[in-house]
Design a protein around this ligand. Structure first.
Ligand SMILES: [Ca+2]
Length: 352
């Protein structure tokens, strides 16, 4: 591990490397919480609706969102606590894998070919996105998230969210909120809440949107009146494009460039958080060498990575930061960007 690594968001990096499909923020677990979760889960599978917190959830949700109380209660009666979900979310962060290993997980020939197939099959939708940078980023995101819809999660979303809402104290408020959003979503989009599948953390469909993101950012790209992120590629592409735009994507601007540092002492940089805390000029003033057409005052960030032969450096711009809003990890954003470029390169080679 290089000296700068602890200043990166380690937990997020570790999580992203454990499961590309999980875009949850950092989940810090203590042994006590894990043990508590295990105890709850081992006793029974079906939810006990007489538990006070379950009862008040049903009452509060029905009241706040004008939903049918009995329908919520009936659905939760069929939800099950899954030990595998608690195991997955409680899994202690594995060692933080270095960038060169992380990259090798995603930048593999098979995934690049799958990306090219995705591109050819959806050329029209991708064209309609207009900005080629967004289109390549979408291709990268869908490849890293689910291998273009091949691995979208095997849990019922209602089981995942109910398990985490009621049997995982560290994130209970967050997941109770997501469970409410899921109830609203299934009603709005006419999805069967008993049948919808997703990741252990309730991320759904080809782009792995959690319920809040689904409701907020999903787009009906094919115009059939439903936002279907499980099976409509047009909806998926429009939705990810919308997510990126809403989070500040700038058309025509670069994502990230290679950089070198003459002086490897990183104490003059703040790389503790993922933030656009520098500009093109401030980085150059601090001795970072990189090539860009971006103006001096363009927001930027130094990205430090562990390469095979020592530290590697990049300068990320606004669009790099935007990709980290999809999954809060610099390695994730870089893998997405490089996968998109690799797909483009692959298709150009095929054309020749
Ligand atoms: Ca649709």
């Amino acid at each position: 591990m290089i000296a700068s690594e602890p200043t990166l968001d380690k937990d997020v990096e570790a999580r992203a490397s454990c499961s590309a499909t999980c875009r949850e923020s950092v989940i810090k677990t203590s042994a006590a919480f894990v043990i508590a979760a295990l105890c709850c889960a081992s006793s029974a599978n079906a939810f006990d609706r007489s538990r006070p917190e379950v009862k008040s959830f049903i009452d509060d949700t029905a009241k706040e969102f004008a939903l049918d109380r009995q329908a919520i209660s009936d659905l939760l009666a069929q939800a099950e606590t899954k030990q595998a979900i608690l195991d997955a979310i409680s899994r202690p962060a594995e060692r933080v894998i270095p960038w060169f290993e992380y990259r090798d997980r995603f930048l593999v020939e098979r995934r690049i070919q799958q990306g090219a197939d995705f591109w050819v099959a959806n050329a029209q939708s991708l064209d309609s996105v207009r900005d080629p940078g967004i289109a390549l980023t979408i291709a990268g995101i869908l490849g890293v998230e689910t291998s273009y819809g091949r691995i979208t999660g095997r849990y019922r979303v209602v089981d995942a969210l109910a398990t985490l809402a009621f049997d995982y104290p560290p994130r209970a408020p967050f997941f109770r909120g997501e469970l409410q959003q899921f109830l609203l979503l299934t009603q709005e989009e006419q999805v069967d809440p008993k049948a919808a599948l997703g990741s252990y953390a309730g991320a759904m469909g080809i782009p792995q949107f959690i319920p809040t993101s689904y409701r907020r950012y999903a787009i009906d790209g094919d115009g059939d009146g439903k936002r279907d992120l499980w099976s409509s590629w047009q909806d998926v592409i429009s939705s990810v494009a919308n997510y990126l735009r809403v989070h500040g994507w700038r058309e025509g601007e670069p994502v990230v460039v290679n950089a070198t540092l003459a002086d490897k002492d990183l104490s003059r940089f703040n790389v503790a958080t993922i933030a656009l805390n520098e500009t093109v000029r401030s980085l150059r003033d601090k001795g970072v060498t990189f090539s860009t057409q971006q103006p001096d005052d363009a927001p930027a960030m130094l990205v430090v990575l562990q390469g095979k032969d020592g530290p590697e450096f990049r300068v990320g711009f606004t669009n790099f930061y935007v990709i980290t809003r999809y999954n809060r990890s610099t390695m994730y954003a870089l893998a997405v960007h490089e996968l998109g470029n690799a797909i483009q390169g692959f298709m150009q080679d095929v054309k020749r």
